[in-house]
Design a protein around this ligand. Structure first.
Ligand SMILES: Cc1c2[nH]c(c1CCC(=O)O)Cc1[nH]c(c(CCC(=O)O)c1C)Cc1[nH]c(c(CCC(=O)O)c1C)Cc1[nH]c(c(C)c1CCC(=O)O)C2
Length: 358
């Protein structure tokens, strides 16, 4: 059979999509950020053979590692396509290397705003078709067991990596740009927003059933800075994707915004048009619900470090957390990505417990 995006197997478990859209669910859906990752020996085996971005760029490998956590943890209610947020700077012409133990490294980060014009906007999304191919292949191989999530980095987070040249504890260079060149910062954020909208549309056309936007660096922003440098672009992305889907006569997909460390602006996030808001563990579920109102789904928020506790303790904490969120409009997850040394049994405890919570 030809693997096109027209003849996907029928979806059998729609808990994630139902929860995102505020429909009744039999059980609370659960998935885990970075669920395809280094805590899995089968992932490590693939990585021992292939460079990180080779896995991203090879649809068969990306599909294989996307499916790995589902095989081991049958309670997972979603999969997320294996890729990285930094494929966008690459598609804009920047070099990004993944150094084990160090994380992503840009040998030539943006030095000053004059370099913005050198970014290759033209055709950027056409250089990301491998992500679409991985999504289409995975939609077939997953046989409708669970929905497939597509994702992107948000403009501010991507800009930070492009300026800092990698992860940064202080974001000092990015903050200097904000101070010295606010106009150029907005110009760069706008460029990223446009690429992101087309990139997400391509993912939907390829078969993504829900989209998550990672604003992982929101913890560096004050509420005022979030309002100026993050929120308007997150909103434009949501509007642009909705309009693009409409224009292409595709089916609408729900979207999640996850602003790590963005607990200072949940009320603002509630007005960006996203169906789901992800929260990290520093935010209390009851406070989060008050801040966003009743018409938004919440996702989160166990501290990934809690997965180093004993399975019984993890079960107890998961159920306690879930009771605070409630069964309705809730997607169970961690408050950030699962970390590499997490014991395999912890994921069993976490994913089983939530299905027993209500
Ligand atoms: C900031 C960010 C990045 N990438 C991503 C974010 C946003 C989420 C977050 O805040 O964590 C998103 C991401 N990265 C990866 C996924 C795959 C899907 C999944 O299972 O969630 C997703 C959704 C794979 C990955 N991306 C990376 C790995 C580990 C690298 C490896 O296999 O060698 C994986 C599985 C590497 C990566 N990629 C990035 C960093 C900072 C690192 C190094 C940190 C680390 O080592 O954990 C950039």
């Amino acid at each position: 059979m030809e693997l096109t995006n027209k003849n996907f197997p029928e979806l059998k478990n729609d808990r994630l999509l139902r929860a995102a859209l505020g429909k009744e669910v039999d059980k609370v859906p659960v998935w885990v950020m970075r669920q395809a990752g280094r805590y899995l020996p089968e992932f490590q085996a693939v990585r021992a053979q292939h460079d990180f971005f080779t896995v991203c760029r090879t649809p068969e490998l990306a599909c294989e590692v996307t499916l790995q956590p589902l095989r081991r943890y049958p309670h997972l209610d979603a999969s997320i396509i294996f890729s990285d947020i930094l494929v966008i700077p690459q598609a804009l012409g920047m070099t990004v290397e993944m150094h084990p133990g160090l994380g992503p490294v840009f040998p030539s980060p943006l030095k000053d705003p004059s370099e913005i014009d050198q970014l290759q906007q033209e055709g950027a999304v056409s250089r990301l078709t491998y992500v679409g191919d991985a999504i289409t292949l995975t939609r077939h191989k997953i046989e409708g067991k669970v929905p497939l999530i597509g994702f992107t980095g948000a403009p501010f987070t991507l800009m930070g990596y492009m300026i800092e040249g990698g992860g940064s504890k202080t974001m000092s260079k990015t903050k200097e740009w904000i101070e010295k060149y606010p106009k150029d910062v907005h110009k760069l954020l706008k460029i990223l927003t446009n690429v992101i909208i087309d990139y997400l549309l391509m993912q939907v056309e390829s078969g993504a059933q829900l989209l998550q936007v990672f604003e992982s660096s929101a913890d560096h922003l004050t509420r005022e800075q979030f309002i100026e440098f993050s929120a308007p672009y997150l909103k434009d992305i949501r509007i642009g994707v909705r309009q693009g889907i409409e224009a292409k006569s595709l089916e609408q997909v729900p979207m999640t915004v996850f602003a790590k460390g963005g607990g200072h602006s949940l009320d603002i996030q509630a007005h960006l048009g996203y169906e789901t808001i992800g929260i990290d563990w520093t935010v209390d579920p009851i406070q989060a619900r008050k801040a966003v109102g009743e018409n938004i789904t919440l996702q989160g928020n166990l501290d990934p470090q809690d997965l180093y506790k004993q399975p019984e303790e993890i079960r107890k904490m998961t159920i306690e957390m879930a009771r605070k969120f409630g069964k309705h409009r809730y997607i169970c997850n961690l408050g950030h990505g699962i970390t590499p040394q997490t014991p395999l049994e912890s994921m069993t405890a976490f994913t089983e417990a939530i299905h027993e919570a209500f």
